[in-house]
Design a protein around this ligand. Structure first.
Ligand SMILES: *Cc1c(COP(=O)(O)O)cnc(C)c1O
Length: 427
């Protein structure tokens, strides 16, 4: 938006901007295909000579209006929606890596990301070195190889709640001539814009706070346009040498700052699919309208609940970056001064078994795999999301076996605390 509006305004007004007589609300283009008047016009689209819609597997107007809104919120130059957060992670890396390449990844990333990069992409010939996000620059440097193509990390790790020192990671990645990709799911663009701190590409699982109502699985990739692919052309042949599947187009030359997302659309989506359905994009857009209001409430509720847990005698430990005294409080103050997110982790003095007993007693908070939506929910990662990981991997990922992940919703905060209090009394 030329007007330079604040995020609250972008969330409501950006993306779909109806012209005279058009629908006030974003239309759902529930159409697989798009009509053209001449064979020549259609042909030019297939050559990437003109931009336009031809088949929803590649692009759909509803999706693009929503992607545009998220792109503005992050301060990027181009964005694309994907069918899930996993697809966003996968494409964000695979768009610039191929067999024989290597990725550096923070150990505390989401379990799904961990599996994708260390197991599934390994089968595709892409190796991954896992680093401790708290390592100093000298140690981080040692993880890089001549074939390293990117660094991947999370603003706030799910569920370890490690706050990333984005500037440190960006400077290390750039010193090795590769981009930093940051999964900004938990912070949302309301609480942090990783581009401001040097990240080059941002991904989200829009399934979480962005949708916010637990309705739709989705993802998004946003490009800052800041990484100079041509300056490191030998590392990124996919962007800097002719694409034979598009008559020899060189993305970085033809599309400049739009190269990365154009390639992701023209190649990744064309060949691998995983587009978000336009109907889901419409629902995501409704969620985005209230994102700033919800994040404010999630954060204020979570801080009160974290303080309440800290003062409860059955609680062994509480991890929430916004608490003074937390290991990551300083980084939270720097990168997320308005609050981190609504997710807290804690352990009970009774350990692993007390955790599941307590969870069974909850009446308001539900046991669900989901996290980061309007409803308060709990999960025990060691027995649920991170079940595939060994104890060693769990500890490395910052997930203690007794860790309870509490996703504080936007209900009345006293009701949430009363529910936790009665559940802990009953164990
Ligand atoms: C949930 C999540 C993902 C995966 O997203 P899906 O939409 O479930 O595919 C990726 N990263 C983070 C931080 C997540 O919380």
């Amino acid at each position: 938006m030329a007007e330079n509006y604040a995020k609250e305004t972008i969330c409501i007004q950006s993306g779909w901007k109806p012209k005279n007589g058009e629908a006030r609300i974003l239309p759902i283009y529930q159409s697989t295909t798009f009509k053209y008047e001449s064979s020549e016009a259609m042909g030019r689209l297939f050559d990437l000579e003109d931009s336009g819609y031809f088949y929803t597997r590649l692009q759909n107007p509803t999706n693009d209006y929503v992607a545009e809104k998220i792109c503005e919120l992050e301060g990027g130059v181009a964005a694309m929606l994907t069918s899930s957060g996993q697809a966003a992670t996968y494409y964000s890396v695979f768009n610039i890596c191929e067999a024989g390449d290597h990725v550096v990844m923070s150990a505390t990333v989401y379990g799904g990301t961990f599996n994708l990069l260390t197991c599934t992409m390994k089968k595709m010939g892409i190796e991954c070195t896992v680093v401790d996000p708290d390592d100093d620059i000298e140690t981080l440097n040692k993880a890089f190889l001549p074939n390293t193509k990117c660094v991947f990390a999370e603003t706030i790790a799910n569920p370890a709640l490690v706050v990333l020192d984005i500037e440190k990671f960006a400077s290390v990645a750039h010193a090795h001539g590769v981009p930093l990709i940051v999964d900004n799911t938990f912070a949302t663009p309301i609480n942090c814009n990783p581009f401001k701190w040097g990240a080059d590409i941002v991904t989200h699982s829009t399934t979480k706070y962005m949708d916010g109502h637990g309705m739709t699985v989705g993802g998004v990739i946003v490009d800052s346009g800041n990484f100079d692919w041509l300056a490191h052309a030998e590392k990124f042949p996919g962007l800097c040498t002719p694409d034979e599947s598009y008559h020899g187009i060189v993305y970085a030359e033809k599309f400049g700052k739009g190269a990365y997302i154009t390639k992701a659309t023209a190649q990744m989506m064309r060949d691998l699919g995983s587009i978000q359905s336009p109907h889901n994009a419409f629902l995501l857009n409704v969620g985005l309208e209230t994102l700033p209001l919800r994040m404010e409430r999630h954060c204020s509720n979570a801080l009160k609940v974290a303080q309440f847990l800290e003062n409860n005698e059955k609680v062994a430990w509480v991890n929430y970056p916004d608490l003074p005294g937390n290991k990551y409080h300083e980084l939270q103050q720097k990168y997320l001064p308005n609050g981190s997110c609504g997710v807290i982790s804690f352990g009970l003095k009774g350990g692993r078994s007390a955790a599941s007993d307590m969870m069974d007693q909850l009446k308001l908070a539900a046991i669900v795999t989901h996290v980061a939506d309007a409803r308060t929910c709990v999960l025990h990662p060691a027995s649920h999301t991170h079940r595939q990981m060994t104890d060693e991997q769990l500890i490395e990922a910052g997930v203690a076996p007794d860790l309870i992940r509490l996703s504080v919703g936007i209900e009345n905060v006293d009701d949430i605390m009363n529910d936790l209090a009665q559940a802990m009394e009953n164990i």
